[in-house]
Design a protein around this ligand. Sequence first.
Ligand SMILES: Cc1cc2nc3c(=O)[nH]c(=O)nc-3n(C[C@H](O)[C@H](O)[C@H](O)COP(=O)(O)OP(=O)(O)OC[C@H]3O[C@@H](n4cnc5c(N)ncnc54)[C@H](O)[C@@H]3O)c2cc1C
Length: 301
Amino acid sequence: METIRVPVAIVGAGPVGLVLGHLLDAAGVETVVLERRSRAYVEQRVRAGVIEFGIANFLAEVGAGERMRDEGLVHHGIELRFEGRSHRVPLAELSDGHPITVYGQTELVKDLNRLRLERDRPLLFETEVEAIEGLEADRPVVVATGPEGPVRVEADWVVGADGAHGVATRCVPEGVFSVASRTYPYAWLGILAEAAPATEELIYCRHERGFALYSMRSPTISRLYLGVDPSESLENWSDDRIWAELNARLATAEMPTIEEGTSSSARSRRCARSCAPRCATGAWCSPGTRPTSCRPRAPKG
Ligand SMILES: Cc1cc2nc3c(=O)[nH]c(=O)nc-3n(C[C@H](O)[C@H](O)[C@H](O)COP(=O)(O)OP(=O)(O)OC[C@H]3O[C@@H](n4cnc5c(N)ncnc54)[C@H](O)[C@@H]3O)c2cc1C
């Protein structure tokens, strides 16, 4: 069995785990990041896409924003659409000139992986954490299985950055925090389409048939979401049906149809929110998805 001893073990190589690893590295603190998926998988997994002003600045300040600055799409407003009409919200005008940046979370993960690996810092892909033991002791142990077999990491601090459904929360001793969660009666069906965006800014649309979001990732790739019934199987959503539904929800007199493209990925996710207090206790701490304040009911982008 491989045993690693390190001051900080980070479970999960999403944006939160990778940014934290990057910051600790800059502060001279050694870390190991354990990620259950392969590098290829996390660098292709389609995720979020809107980065808010403060985060974009922060990433630039810590040296992780160079490609985002060159390739990200800066938007000064968004459109809210309901009852067949569009209403532009001039975000930058309303917030002392703070735009948002459209830049795929996947791209950010690629940048952060590269930064970490260029510095030769340990990032163990295909290493699934199964348990975190001894959290109330001085030196907890992360138990995982990697491509070569069992891995044991002894650390002063273990950081659970493994997302909303990760293992870390389950390992926290009872009574440390309480989690309140609410499951909404809809799921997000997201597609990535090879189609030039039909709009310059994001459109968030409320419609009696359900929510729709027109977003994009680049001048040639659109990212679209539909709020759907979570009990319905993804197989029922053919490309034709997805485009018909997007058109039905997003249509206005000025934009009766949107350009269809080849959809290269589709996924459906039940929407649940959970909120817990930010937590750092004993040798365990949890940033990221779980402890942040409640997310909006719709995907941002
Ligand atoms: C539809 C949708 C749209 C969104 N749009 C936006 C947006 O536009 N802008 C925005 O800011 N946010 C958006 N979000 C939220 C954003 O995606 C999350 O806040 C973000 O992914 C959280 O990052 P994270 O690093 O905490 O978790 P994750 O990105 O989930 O990363 C966790 C990592 O841990 C790994 N992992 C899990 N379990 C284990 C284990 N047992 N062992 C080892 N590794 C493990 C996972 O493989 C993953 O790589 C959106 C979310 C959804 C669902």
